[in-house]
Design a protein around this ligand. Structure first.
Ligand code: D41
Length: 691
């Protein structure tokens, strides 16, 4: 026997949870924080576990999903679930044709008043019949063939938007509610994000999400996939007086707590339908869920009865399908497009397909990770989506239709080791989604971006070289790289739009003035990926000269404060690209200059200012490794011995250089001697010249 007050507490909890569910899922107006809701829910679960006799068939605890099923039992519908005549919506005249048919069937002529219609959305999900007996949800079934569906009660219990009990003190003996279960776009996105994070499979689209969730044999799994529901009609009804119209029926259902979409109208004649159609078509992509069209219905139930149905389709209703936003097609090839920032975006070339109202021949694949995730290959059959003005996208590959033998996986870097626009190397930096062209200063695809950045106030500060002018200069072929800016003359500039005499002269002066730069500004102006203003200053301070920066190894770069492997790689790749070096040389040749210093590495370290010569084979160090160590300690490695040489490091089979050193009296070290010297280096950074 439960303690006194326990049954009352359980009842109170159920009522409160139901109220919150209704507010949250039907009204879309949450009333309490999630954590508080969870607390109430767990309290009720605990009470019911302790006192199983208190659990009711309509308790919200049933929503967590029961035991896995072996299959779905067939359900014979008490009243057949009709289908709906569906017409593809090529022009707005569909509503007129429907109205004309209805009027003819009803025997109306021009002198009769217009017919009243209801218009609603055509939700893109799965048709479901909900059976309430004495107000309690006892069974949910799919439509199936209209006569017999499948029992999906356990899964439908997990749909919080569907009330387990009708909100009325005097429930009808039987009330069957028909409607569509579907997944909202935000729920779809959230679910997929969660799945991706957990490395689990994602849903292709909300429709598949809804169908898959309802046909899930494990209700606990179904509970993870958030569905919604909107009612659009009735099945068997006993002990309830039917309202006179379809729209009043939906209003009555809403009163009972059943979710009904508010995007619907009742109005007179074809004109009302056309207005609704056009309004919805224009707002289709802003709706929180996918629809595949609109539905028109004769509003009065008595007229519906009079019209009846032919071959399972009511004469009083018609669906007008919008152009599908998803279609199947095949991938003819995968190419890349180079964007303003140098990102190589993979694009699928498709067999032409009519989708979302236009013929689509290309669709974006976003980046390599997306290609991997969707595993799209050349030759695949794919689902393409085009919603509104959004660029078409490949949603998924239909793996079952993949050609045999299987085409290989697609790798951007393997297919495009070089930028298809400028031929510079393509790379993918660690931690970045995009494959990028490294020819930032040179690549035509990045020209405008590179020039604007170069001329920016914090870079070379060329006042007057803005958007519009850069567009003109690039489009007329006057400027290809930032170096070309320094070859512009007054005459050329004066010939451009908005370049009256004075502004052309001002620009020439600004270009001239920008030649007297600082190293930091110049480095920043190059637009090296991941090198912002602060990093540019650090690099200038550390290396002191552009040539030392260009020659820096990754190890050298990692010694600069705040520079990690990603920035270091960006810098290495930038200067490894001959196209970029060419532009840098041209800029210097054009007279761009800055004061240089010795930087930190020449002044610090035990070998600061010293010149060493390597000869022979060292026992453990390679030549490059020895050189790197010497340079890291501030020393310079020269090729031949002279009076200026401070040390000769000699290994096995040292030849004439060793003899020369002995002749000149230059100090001679072996590898151990060099390493001892380096070990004494405390490597304190010091700087001689500040700027
Ligand atoms: O939104 C829908 N998908 C929808 C489907 C709707 N708004 N109304 C519908 N009305 C009917 C009738 C006229 C038969 C009551 C329907 C469907 N039927 C329907 N959906 C799938 C099969 C039939």
């Amino acid at each position: 026997m439960p303690a006194a007050g326990v049954p009352a507490r359980a009842a109170a909890l159920r009522q409160e949870i139901e109220r919150h569910d209704y507010a949250y899922y039907v009204l879309d107006a949450p009333t309490i924080p999630d954590a508080e809701y969870d607390r109430l829910f767990r309290e009720l679960q605990a009470l019911e576990a302790e006192h199983p006799e208190l659990a009711t068939p309509d308790s919200p605890t049933r929503r967590v999903g029961g035991k896995p099923l072996d299959g779905f039992a067939p359900v014979r519908h008490a009243v057949a679930m009709l289908s709906i005549r569906t017409e593809t919506d090529t022009e707005a005249s569909g509503a007129q044709a429907f109205d004309a048919r209805v009027r003819r069937e009803l025997g109306l002529d021009e002198s009769d008043p217009p017919v009243e219609y209801a218009a609603e959305l055509k939700f893109d999900g799965l048709a479901i019949n909900l059976r309430y007996e004495l107000g309690v949800l006892v069974q949910a079934a799919t439509r199936g063939d209209g006569e017999t569906g499948e029992d999906v009660t356990q899964n439908i219990f997990t749909v919080h938007a569907i009330p387990l009990r009708l909100n009325t003190a005097a429930p009808p003996a039987v009330l069957e509610v028909r409607g569509e279960a579907f997944m909202r776009r935000d729920d779809f996105e959230r679910y997929n994000a969660k799945q991706r994070e957990a490395g689990k499979p994602t849903l292709v689209n909300p429709r598949n999400g809804a169908a898959g969730s309802i046909r899930q044999l494990d209700p606990a799994m179904a509970a993870q996939r958030p569905l919604s529901f909107f009612a659009y009609g009735l099945g068997e009804v006993r002990g309830w007086s039917l309202p006179p119209t379809h729209s009043a029926t939906l209003d009555a259902l809403a009163e009972l707590g059943v979710p009904v979409c508010s995007e619907r109208i009742a109005g007179l004649g074809a004109a009302a339908l056309v207005a609704f159609h056009d309004d919805v078509a224009a707002r289709r992509d802003q709706l929180p869920f996918d629809i595949d069209g609109v539905v028109y219905k004769v509003n009065r139930l008595d007229l519906q009865r009079e019209l009846g149905f032919v071959t399972r389709e009511p004469r009083w209703a018609v669906a007008h399908k919008f152009p599908a936003q998803e279609q199947l097609t095949t991938v003819l090839g995968i190419e890349v497009q180079v964007g303003r920032t140098g990102a190589l975006t993979p694009v699928a070339r498709l067999a032409p397909v009519f989708v979302g109202g236009v013929t689509v021949t290309n669709a974006t694949l976003h980046n390599q990770d997306e290609i991997d995730r969707k595993d799209v290959r050349v030759g695949d059959t794919v689902i393409v989506r085009r919603a509104g003005d959004v660029i078409p996208e490949v949603v998924a590959a239909v793996v079952e239709r993949r050609p045999k033998p299987e085409p290989p996986r697609f790798s951007i870097l393997q297919s495009y080791p070089l930028c298809p626009v400028c031929g510079s190397h393509a790379v993918r930096l660690e931690g970045e989604a995009a494959v990028r062209c490294t020819g930032g200063l040179y690549c035509p695809a990045q020209r405008k971006q590179a020039l604007l950045h170069f001329a920016g106030r914090r870079a070379m500060d060329i006042d007057g070289l803005g958007d519009k002018l850069v567009d003109q200069l690039v489009e007329r072929g006057l400027v290809r790289t930032p170096a070309d800016v320094y070859g512009l003359n007054l005459e050329t500039l004066a010939g451009l739009d908005r370049m009256a005499g004075k502004s052309a002269a001002n620009l020439i002066a600004a270009i001239e003035a920008s030649k007297a730069a600082t190293l930091a500004r110049f480095i920043f102006a190059l637009g090296i990926r991941n090198v912002g203003e602060t990093t540019a200053k650090d690099l200038a301070w550390h290396f002191g000269s552009l040539d030392r920066l260009i020659a820096a190894s990754e190890a050298d770069l990692l010694k600069v404060r705040d520079i990690g492997p990603i920035v270091a790689q960006s810098i290495i790749q930038f200067f490894a690209e001959p196209h970029n070096l060419e532009v840098v040389d041209k800029l210097r040749a054009a007279g761009v200059r800055w004061p240089e210093s010795t930087g930190v590495q020449q002044s610090a370290g035990i070998l600061a200012g010293k010149t060493l010569v390597l000869t022979g084979t060292l026992p453990t160090l390679t030549r490059d490794a020895a050189k790197e160590k010497i340079e890291a300690a501030g020393g310079k490695v020269a090729g031949s011995v002279s009076k200026k040489t401070d040390y000769v490091v000699a290994g096995e089979e040292a030849g004439s250089k060793l003899a020369k050193a002995q002749e000149l009296g230059v100090a001679i070290l072996d590898e151990a001697g060099l390493l001892a010297l380096l070990a004494a280096d405390n490597n304190n950074e010091q700087h001689v010249l500040d700027f």
